[in-house]
Design a protein around this ligand. Structure first.
Ligand SMILES: NC(=O)c1ccc[n+]([C@@H]2O[C@H](COP(=O)([O-])OP(=O)(O)OC[C@H]3O[C@@H](n4cnc5c(N)ncnc54)[C@H](OP(=O)(O)O)[C@@H]3O)[C@@H](O)[C@H]2O)c1
Length: 239
């Protein structure tokens, strides 16, 4: 039995499908029964609830040989760091109380940095919490930026001929398809062949993208928001 958090999301959905195709039993975690229904029809056992609730999550993890863990987030939250801390503590408590042996944890490039990385600071904090867990083997997948997220920019590019982001213009951004993350995660969840806290970076096939227009200078292409990052460039993730 493998429990997959975020089963209706970018990575969790594809991981669930791969595990089911491989004949594994899967518990699929999300907040909506209707959104989980397609995975239920494919053979997964839905677990509907909020992952910030340790009682719910412990039951979803109980008896699992391995767990796929991610940190869903709401970028519009007025208390982003508080939300992430509560979620992170709930996850760690649930892993410990359910006695989960192996966890594949989606993290991010930049999670090795304690600050200065915007949203990603909460992934650094969560890696520290997971490191402190005794008796659970953790594989932290530090992924680059998801190719699919770039789709959100296509409307602006098509309409206005520009892109807008908070990434420093000189930063070279490793990018990876969520399908490739799902492949690595699903294989690890089945193999469970590592010990301790292990980090694996997923940077795509040596592909990286720089937001700067080819041939342009920093002053030509830097946006007001990116200029606040300029003292720290080049770097990924965004400020
Ligand atoms: N975007 C990038 O470029 C990038 C790069 C590296 C790492 N990451 C990290 O990847 C993670 C997100 O992974 P993803 O894109 O695969 O996920 P996602 O597509 O954002 O989906 C989040 C999933 O979590 C569920 N969910 C949200 N809040 C929940 C809650 N409180 N309780 C239970 N379930 C909840 C959602 O389902 P329902 O809404 O149906 O409940 C959904 O299935 C983040 O930690 C992010 O920092 C992202």
């Amino acid at each position: 039995m493998i429990t997959v958090m975020g089963a209706t999301g970018n990575t969790g959905g594809q991981i669930t499908e791969r595990l089911l195709d491989a004949g594994e039993r899967v518990r699929a975690v999300g907040r909506s029964a209707s959104r989980l229904a397609v995975l239920e029809r494919a053979g997964a056992e839905p677990r509907v609830g909020d992952s910030s609730d340790p009682a719910f999550l412990t039951e979803a993890f109980r008896g699992a040989d391995a767990v796929y863990r991610l940190m869903p987030y709401d970028p519009r939250s007025s208390d982003y760091l508080g939300d992430q801390r509560r979620l992170g503590e709930s996850i760690v408590e649930s892993i410990r109380d359910a006695g989960v042996g192996h966890v594949v944890a989606l993290s991010s490039v930049g999670a090795e940095q304690p600050y200065g990385t915007g949203f990603i600071v909460s992934l650094h904090a969560q890696e520290q919490r997971l490191r402190a867990l005794a008796g659970t083997d953790i594989l932290a997948l530090r992924a680059g930026s998801f190719f699919e997220v770039f789709q959100e920019a296509l409307g602006l590019i098509a309409e206005e001929g520009i892109n807008a982001d908070t990434v420093a213009p000189d930063a070279r951004i490793p990018m990876i398809a969520t399908g490739d993350i799902a492949e690595v995660a699903a294989e690890a969840l089945r193999a469970r062949d590592w010990e301790g806290f292990v980090v694996r970076e997923l940077l795509g096939s040596a592909t990286s993208v720089t937001p700067r227009r080819p041939g342009s200078s920093a002053s030509e292409s830097a946006s007001p928001s990116s200029s606040t990052c300029s003292s720290r460039t080049p770097r990924w993730p965004p400020c």
